[in-house]
Design a binder for this molecule. Sequence first.
Ligand SMILES: NC(=O)c1ccc[n+]([C@@H]2O[C@H](COP(=O)([O-])OP(=O)(O)OC[C@H]3O[C@@H](n4cnc5c(N)ncnc54)[C@H](O)[C@@H]3O)[C@@H](O)[C@H]2O)c1
Length: 178
Amino acid sequence: MNILVTGGCGFIGSNFIMHMIKKYPDYKIVNLDKLTYAGNQENLRNIEKNKNYTFIKGDICNEKIVNKALKNIDLIVHFAAESHVDKSIISREDFIKTNINGTYNLLNCAMKNNIRFHHISTDEVFGSLEINSQKKFDENTAYEPNSIYSASKASSDHLVRAFHRTYGLPVTEKIELK
Ligand SMILES: NC(=O)c1ccc[n+]([C@@H]2O[C@H](COP(=O)([O-])OP(=O)(O)OC[C@H]3O[C@@H](n4cnc5c(N)ncnc54)[C@H](O)[C@@H]3O)[C@@H](O)[C@H]2O)c1
């Protein structure tokens, strides 16, 4: 299995890569990351020389780079995002570009090559709960994004769904948690 991980130098993506390299020593992992202020290659220092790991510095919005990174890939695991709510209040553009346009570009490229897409969303698409609220979000909760960050993530979720429903792109579908 060959996996393209986007945003693999970030907080969650780097832990995912470390986990996968250890647990599945036969898998090949390609990490496509733009190395924004949130990306840190130190997170992957322990595995950077592993023969099954390749790093590509690049932007998910760049079609040429994404197509190149997708060579021989079976699965895309998409973490790359502008992920900090506070930053989205003052730097809206970056969130629209990466979270919406970047995801759209990845989906287009995935579709051309019929590559399975696993998208990482956030609970913030469901809005917020009062402190001490007894309510809980689940996968059936209506979307109520309140920030530019969560609105851009919600948009990307809907794009993934639409590519699946409209074009049959293989994606990870809703999993009911018991
Ligand atoms: N951290 C959380 O608490 C949390 C909670 C729920 C969901 N999420 C989601 O999980 C995913 C990962 O979150 P995180 O906390 O690891 O994020 P992070 O901000 O730590 O890392 C994001 C990574 O994406 C890279 N990146 C940003 N823009 C890029 C672009 N245009 N092209 C390529 N790479 C780019 C950055 O360099 C960085 O390495 C995000 O999609 C986020 O929305 C995070």
